[in-house]
Unconditional design. Sequence first.
Length: 236
Amino acid sequence: MLYYAQQGQLSDTNYITHHFFSEEMVCYFYLQLNIMKVSRIVNILLGVLVLILLYKAECGKPVVPGKTVVVGGKKYEVVKQVIDTQYVKVKETKYKKGEDIYHDTTIYVPVPVLDSAQMEEVLSKYYAKNTFKDTMKLGEFGRIYIQDTVQYNKLAGRSLSSDLKFPTITNTTIVKEKPKAQLYMGAIMDYLQESGVQNPSVGLMLKTKRDRLYGISAGVAPNGKPVYSASFYIKL
C-alpha cells in the first residue's frame, strides 16, 4: 500500500490528509499517461506526414507549362502536333507560236560584201530550222524543259515541259482545355441492413490543376455526435 500526505492549514488548526493508492492504481495511471504521450507523438507524426504529402503534391515538383494556342479567343493547351508533308507531282507541256512571243529588240549591223558562196551559205542558214533545248532546275521542286525553234532568222515556236512536285503541308494540332481548379459538393452515407442509414454527411471536394483531390466533410455519428473527416487523393 502506498500513500502520500498533504499538509495544510485551516484557520488556526494544522491538518494532514492521507491519500492511499494501491500499486495497481499507480500502474494504471502510469500506463494511461504513457498512452497519452504515445498518442500525441503519433498524431504529431501523422500531421508531419500529411504536410509532407501536401508539399510534394502541390509544391514539390514545378509544373512545366505546355504550349498554348488561341482558338476562338480561348486558350487551349497543345497535346500533340503532327506536321505531315506530301509532294504532289505536276507534269505539263505547253507550246507557243513564235508570233505570239514578244519580240523585244532588233539591232542592225553593217552587212559585208559577200561572194556567191558566202551568200549561198547565209541563205542556207536562213531557211534552216534550228532547235535549241535547255533545262532549268528548280531545286527540290523539279525541272522545266525549254525547247526553242528558230527559222527565217526569227523564233518559230517555243515548247515548255515541266516535271515538278510541290509540297503540301498538313499541320494537325490536338488541343485540350487548360487545367483549372474545380470545386465539388456532395453527400455520403452508409447503409446497414439491420440498422438502415448510418453516418450521413455532406462535404466539399477540391480538384486542383495538378489533378489532386482534397476533401472535407461533416456528419452525424450513430450516437448523435458530430463527425468531421478529411481526405486526400492522387491520380495513379
